[in-house]
Design a protein around this ligand. Sequence first.
Ligand code: SF4
Length: 429
Amino acid sequence: MPTAAFTTLGCKVNQYETQKILESFEAQGFEIVPFDSPADVYVVNTCSVTQSAEAKSRQTIRRAARQNPNAIVVMTGCYAQFTLRRGETLAEAHLVVPNPDKLRTVEYVLEHFPHLKAQLEQARQRGETPVRRRSRAVLKIQDGCNIYCSFCSIPYTRPVMRSVPYQDVLEEARAMVADGYREIVLTGVLIGDYGAATGSGGPDLAELCAMLTAIEGLERLRISSIEPTQVTDHLIELTATNPKMCPHFHIPLQSGDSRVLKAMNRPYDQAFYLELIQRIRARIPNCAISTDIMVGFPGEDEAAFQNTCKVVEQVEFCRAHLFRYSPRPDTPAEAMRDQVPEPVKSERIQQLQQVAKAAARRYAARFIGTTERVLVESRSKLSGLMTGTSDHYLQVEFAASPSLAGQLVHVRITDLTPDGVLGELVALQ
Ligand code: SF4
């Protein structure tokens, strides 16, 4: 049967939409394979939040075309929409699906490439059904942002604040669990804004999490990204006491320098951020904290950059996504003076990568000798071992049967790997 592979650039909302696209391919009878495997169709859900995100989108499309020169490479998402608007083409992309139509990608593919439709029909006649492996599902509960960070165009494109009614969230979550997912990741543009004022029908984010964890069969709940000012004591307490809540918060830092944060129009300073992390870890020792950091924002001098490095060292983020600042059209930062030269940004990104990597290794080393609950995902092409994500967001590699994909298991952590940890399977859940 025809195979399809998917990858996402950019935010968790994009990930949620990729999952929806993937499910629609599966419903048509495509076998879903990892993106680094040969596939008949590659779908790249692109991002245009920065120039580097656009460059990565192009690189990913080219990589897909190289992996299987006979494959159909499909591009959708924000960068795809930009290329349509600007009349640009990318030779390696055989089909560009407009962003508003992305959830209909499979229809576009079958309409433009009828031979795939015929192959699916033949597979159906032979009685072949795709193997379905479920692990983590992304569930979007909120849309819109009204923070207006000076570098970001999202509040101009998604200004309406909207929470998905809690009954709909619960219904979708139950369907995901019935479909075999063990972990749900909640996502939205400004997820901490979830609440009655924007249409939830009652619960705020912590209350919604409590309702979700009561769903039988759901083993883990994770929050994708939450602004520092929106992490409430109730949410921390729930995470500390409810075993289904992953001890992990993704809290964007963006800069560790209070002056730069002010210029970014971020509503907190360095002291607030550090105090929040301290409060979380006082209640949840070893709580995983991941983050996003922007390097080279206008006015970021060496001292400001060093402040960011210091926060990274101090917090020991389990993972830090580093972005190079690039001006987005019609944002206040575009017109700011003191733009940082590109070579300086490159140097700082490299330096910060080293600092973040060392800090992440120190964080991971805390778990050597302990046992972590791991959701098994896939086999690593490099090591041949199975890989999965632990409650504390560690990437764990261990010897196990591929049939465990989608299961929760207990793994004793024995050592560090370049990007995570190594372990030994001790028990099934
Ligand atoms: S919080 Fe800031 S960066 Fe995030 S979507 Fe809103 S404006 Fe953009």
